[in-house]
Design a protein around this ligand. Structure first.
Ligand SMILES: [Zn+2]
Length: 326
């Protein structure tokens, strides 16, 4: 089985998988030049296949490399977050739109000391995949925010109140320990990456903030119920997302993110040669018809727009709003 979409979920999502929420076949850990990946599951839904990989705190590079090797073109992260901004409600979904990286000991690139990986980070998350996620959440009647700036902390310890004040001053609205470096690594392998986070609580600000809705305080039990309900909707949203992706002619430039390194001759067209000790670029000429190498289930939302291109394949007159339109 080959799938174009992969879901990286947290522990709660893995529990769903274990409890039979998806029809899943365990592929197991995959060997990569960066070590062994987490176990990967090949899953089936009504609208198509997808891969599932659960908490990726071990070897980020191996996980992303393994998904790419399996034919994945789009990675969707489903994770828990705690809100810094009290504008977000417990149980609410947020399609993450920007990222502050406060990690300090994780590998940030596939290309250490190679002069590669100069990759643009705006938009940080794939606009086409994010748009598809919003459609899927809306179709499932989920309450969601279309944007949120997420600060990724190193962990495993939690944040201090002073750190939360610092992150808030930076513009962070959500806090968690996932997303970095996954999103950056996915870009280096020219994959789409987007994230839905659900608010399970609030960051530690040093005050005793208690969420207040409809004239009463939400007690701890109600908060836990809402967070659990947010997890349980994952299978339906994921299934809907795959359906949306297969019928939405979106557009994005993700699969061109390394194009400038290819055009300058630093690396070849075949991404698998990018990690060879001696990269035989001269023997790695572009195929006469690059599209011919794409798998037959090439999903349509990756199509790029017609018209003049520049740099990363973006049109000269390419405002962000147009970029996310189907
Ligand atoms: Zn994309």
């Amino acid at each position: 089985m080959e799938a174009s979409v992969a879901c990286i979920g947290g522990t709660a999502a893995y529990d769903l998988l274990r409890d039979g929420a998806f029809l899943a076949h365990r592929l197991g850990p995959q060997d990569t030049p960066f070590g062994e990946s987490q176990p990967i599951f090949a899953c089936e839904s009504r609208f198509g296949s997808f891969y599932f990989l659960s908490p990726s705190f071990v070897n980020y590079r191996a996980n992303i490399y393994a998904l790419k090797s399996l034919g994945t073109r789009a990675v969707f992260s489903w994770s828990e977050t705690r809100a810094i901004s009290h504008n977000y409600k417990i149980g609410q979904f947020v399609v993450v739109s920007d990222l502050i990286d406060e990690t300090h000991s994780r590998p940030r690139t596939f290309f250490e000391n190679q002069g590669l990986g100069v990759v643009r980070q705006w938009p940080v998350f794939c606009p086409s995949l994010s748009n598809a996620l919003m459609t899927a959440l809306g179709d499932e009647m989920c309450r969601f925010s279309p944007s949120g700036t997420y600060v990724c902390i190193e962990g495993p310890r939690r944040e201090t109140p002073a750190e939360v004040r610092k992150y808030a001053a930076f513009g962070a609205e959500l806090l968690g320990m996932t997303l970095s470096p996954e999103v950056f690594l996915a870009k280096e392998l020219q994959m789409c990456y987007a994230s839905v986070a659900f608010v399970a609580g609030y960051a530690e600000t040093g005050s005793d903030f208690r969420p207040f809705e409809n004239g009463r305080i939400l007690d701890a039990e109600q908060q836990a119920e809402r967070a659990a309900a947010a997890v349980e909707v994952l299978p339906r949203v994921l299934e809907r997302l795959i359906d949306v992706l297969h019928r939405t002619p979106g557009m994005c430039a993700c699969e061109n993110s390394m194009q400038h390194h290819i055009a300058s001759g630093q690396i070849g067209w075949d991404w698998r040669t990018w990690f060879d000790e001696e990269r035989p670029v001269s023997q790695n000429q572009p195929p006469q018809n690059p599209g011919a190498s794409f798998p037959s289930d090439f999903i349509p939302f990756i199509r790029r727009p017609a018209g003049p291109t520049r740099g990363f394949g973006l049109r000269d007159d390419y405002p962000y709003e147009d970029h996310i339109q189907p």
